[in-house]
Write a protein that binds this ligand. Structure first.
Ligand SMILES: Cc1ncc(COP(=O)(O)O)c(C=O)c1O
Length: 406
């Protein structure tokens, strides 16, 4: 039979990240800086085992095995709100909806706000899952030019887009420890972005799965903390601070939007898995969740510093990078005269995996000289060895070297 698929699904491409991930999982001898995964040592196994036992022996199964409220487990919603107030000074009247990862938060936000042909502005280099969510409803992701050195979108370009495009429904941003760039928008630019959103009356979707993982300096103010008129939809995730397979995320939004988000979620999956919602609530209530997050930060900081030291040893005329203050990624840019194809071929040959910039860009082209490195999953020896290999691949990609081979 000739299947007649909807246009919206024809537009979507499988994420090359996921495809490669499953391929690379089978290869044991690859050093991978590619995926935004936590290592298994990051999973708090003993605590989870204890809580799980408690659930099955002391807790009413109606709580975690029955159908539940679409909004989420009431205790967890309350704890997430309290945590945002304590860790980010985020105190307001808004509620949170527990979602199946922050991926679903983005999906239902687009579903609620975008008709076909509407526009969502995004950073030029951004999370491919968000781009797919936008395209999935026939909306159009439009890249905002970036000023990478200033760790921000270009404010003039943003204003021009807001001024001339009436189809814009919201601006999708990863303001803190951006994926893939690792950058964080400075405070005064955050304020300017919020003012522009007010001036042109558009929403902002603040995607913040890495915000907790600050390794240096003062906590960074969230756009949501500046929100005085219910303009920022704030999405968080427990994938990076507990475990991705829990699929626990959340979205904070004003009541009027929340009603629609809940409807959209009901259609999609009724509610997020209650077993993990109850597990997390118990963890937060009785098992020192914040101590777990602090230990995680120390663990990742050591890997981060090892990667920074290894990258700093590479020749600066061949590769540059912005040192983030936290998160999961360091993004590098090779010098203009280097040949990206030769570089990536040399890495493949040496079995070191990175994510090329084009994969993580809205246009899927023009960013081949950027590549993203994850430092949370590899071990310290892998970081040391893998970055050396990257240095050798950069050497092979210099004109003098690759022209000889040709
Ligand atoms: C910016 C960004 N948003 C959302 C997600 C997805 O998070 P979750 O596992 O909560 O769906 C990721 C994961 O890599 C991400 O980098």
């Amino acid at each position: 039979m000739a299947y007649r698929f909807a246009n919206r699904i024809k537009e979507l491409k499988t994420s090359p990240l996921r495809e490669n991930a499953s391929k690379n999982m089978e290869l044991k001898d690859v050093i991978s800086f590619a995926y935004g995964y936590p290592p298994v040592e990051a999973f708090p196994m003993e605590t989870l085992q204890k809580i799980s036992q408690k659930l099955y022996t002391e807790v009413d199964p109606e709580t975690f095995l029955q159908y539940g409220a679409s909004e989420g487990y009431p205790l967890l919603r309350k704890l997430v709100k309290e945590r945002l107030a304590a860790t980010a000074n985020l105190q307001n009247e808004e509620q949170v909806l527990i979602t199946s990862g922050s991926t679903q938060a983005m999906d239902i936000a687009v579903k609620v706000f975008c008709d076909e042909g509407d526009v969502v502005l995004c950073e030029e280099q951004t999370f491919s899952g968000a781009v797919n969510a936008i395209k999935g409803y026939g909306a159009i992701p439009v890249p905002i030019p970036m000023n990478v050195a200033e760790e921000s979108v270009d404010l003039e370009a943003l204003e021009e887009m807001l001024q001339f495009d009436q189809r814009i429904k919201f601006i999708y941003l990863i303001p803190t420890f951006q994926n893939p760039l690792g950058t964080s928008i400075p405070l005064e630019k955050r304020q300017a972005i919020y003012s522009l959103a007010q001036k042109y009356d558009v929403l902002i979707f603040e995607d913040d799965p890495y915000g907790d993982l600050l390794y240096y300096g003062e906590p960074i103010m969230k756009l949501k903390e500046m929100d005085t008129d219910g303009r920022v939809l704030y999405a968080g995730s427990f994938s990076k601070i507990l475990a991705p397979s829990t699929r626990l995320g959340f979205i904070m939004a004003p009541d009027e939007i929340m009603e629609k988000l809940i409807l959209a979620k009901q259609v999609s999956d009724s509610h997020t898995n209650f077993y993990w919602q109850v597990m997390l609530a118990e963890f937060m209530m009785n098992h020192h969740f914040e101590e777990h997050v602090s230990a995680l930060k120390l663990f990742y900081k050591e890997k981060f510093e090892a990667m920074v030291a290894a990258l700093e040893a590479l020749p600066k005329d061949k590769v540059q990078f912005i040192k983030p203050a936290g998160g999961y990624f360091i993004c590098c840019k090779m010098a203009d005269e280097l040949d990206p194809e030769t570089f990536y071929a040399a890495l493949d040959e040496a079995k070191v995996a990175v994510i090329p910039g084009n994969v993580m860009s809205v246009a899927q082209e023009g960013y081949e000289r950027y590549f993203r490195l994850n430092f949370t999953k590899p071990t310290l020896p892998e970081i040391e060895k893998g970055i050396k290999v990257i240095g050798e691949a950069l050497e092979q990609a210099t004109p003098a070297a690759y022209k000889q081979v040709i």
